[in-house]
Design a protein around this ligand. Structure first.
Ligand SMILES: C[S@@+](CC[C@H](N)C(=O)[O-])C[C@H]1O[C@@H](n2cnc3c(N)ncnc32)[C@H](O)[C@@H]1O
Length: 321
């Protein structure tokens, strides 16, 4: 029944390959979605192996009930809290063999009009991955000051017209508060000229992305989870992360760069003997892209980048990214 989602999982072959180092190990899938990757990870595990999956979306957690496998369990929580949640399950720092993250929104989330993620479908302007908590996109737009709205659209949407869009949002909500995806999509389309180079792209694409990132605190989630994974992984354990846009990939890349080359953060003028140089916390860092064939079959794969690395035995110190 879940078979179609297995096919849609981006880098579905490469990710479990990059993650599973020992079939009897303990693994974490921080982004269950519809379980495409989780199922493939389970397929690589021995009877003694274990997989603990997370998702903050109650729909995803409901879908996980379909997996009838004693080696598997699902936790409804943001992946930034994986260390605390695992501690509750009796798993301590240094005891995990692999952590996997496939960040962003899932196709079922985007395609469900009632979730408000897409300007293509009319629906309530919600955009929360976890519908049980937090502020909706409409509430955020109706209550946030213009300067902050502008900064979010500029930073997370990399949108040139952030200023005029923020101004128009504040003017429009004074007349009528935002309620639906159409309210926002139409307003942005009235301010942003069509991209001549890409007429297929809706002018609200970048604004929707920015507000989604803000409402779900996606980049903070990622930064916290990467450090939690660094602390949880056993020596030789693997961290594998798929990202879909440059903001996320920049964070993942910088995280691995700094963990693999801590000496680069030192002041080069300091006379430090080689034996005293800090040692890498991750090695064998690799970057994997989907094949041509996968991109042809699944256009969503085109922007995906998988970065993976192997944890060393060095004690973990927090990495700012
Ligand atoms: C791209 S989908 C994952 C698809 C999944 N790998 C599969 O094969 O079906 C991302 C999923 O991660 C969840 N997610 C995103 N950010 C999260 C976070 N900070 N904590 C927990 N779950 C998160 C989303 O709710 C969504 O279900």
């Amino acid at each position: 029944m879940a078979e179609p989602f297995v096919h849609l999982s981006v880098l579905g072959e490469e990710s479990p390959e990059a993650l599973v180092i020992r079939p009897d190990g303990l693994y974490v899938d921080g982004t269950f979605g519809r379980g495409g990757h989780s199922r493939r990870i389970l397929a690589k595990l021995a009877p003694e192996g274990r997989l603990i999956a997370f998702d903050r979306d109650p729909e995803a957690v409901r879908a996980a009930a379909e997996i009838d496998d004693a080696r598997f369990r699902i936790v409804h929580a943001p992946f930034s809290t994986m260390a605390e949640e695992l501690a509750r399950l009796g798993v301590a720092a240094g005891e995990v063999d692999g952590v996997f993250l496939d960040i962003g929104v899932s196709s079922p989330q985007i395609d469900d009009a009632s979730r408000g993620f897409s300007f293509r479908f009319e629906g309530p302007l919600d955009m929360r991955m976890d519908t049980t908590t937090g502020v909706t996109a409409a509430e955020w737009l109706n209550t946030t000051d213009e300067k902050t709205i502008r900064r979010v659209i500029d930073l997370y949407g990399e949108e040139r017209f952030a200023g005029p869009i923020a101004r128009a949002i504040v003017a429009r909500r004074a007349e009528k508060p935002f309620a639906t995806t159409g309210d926002l999509a139409d307003l942005v389309a009235s301010v942003v000229p069509r991209n001549k180079k890409d007429m297929g792209q809706h002018p609200a694409t970048r604004t929707f992305q920015a507000i989604r990132i803000e409402v779900n605190r996606e980049l903070e989630e990622l930064r916290t989870a990467l450090n939690a994974a660094g602390r949880l992984l056993a020596p030789a354990g693997r961290l594998a992360v798929i990202s879909f846009h440059s903001l996320e990939d920049r964070i993942v890349k910088r995280f691995f760069d700094r963990a693999a080359h801590p000496e680069r953060d030192l002041d080069p003028r300091l006379p430090i003997p080689v034996s005293k140089l800090p040692k890498p916390a991750f090695v064998d860092v690799e970057r994997i892209r989907p094949s041509e064939a996968e991109c042809a079959a699944n256009p969503r794969a085109r922007s995906a980048i998988l970065r993976a690395g192997t944890r060393t035995a060095e004690p973990w110190t927090n990495i700012e990214v």
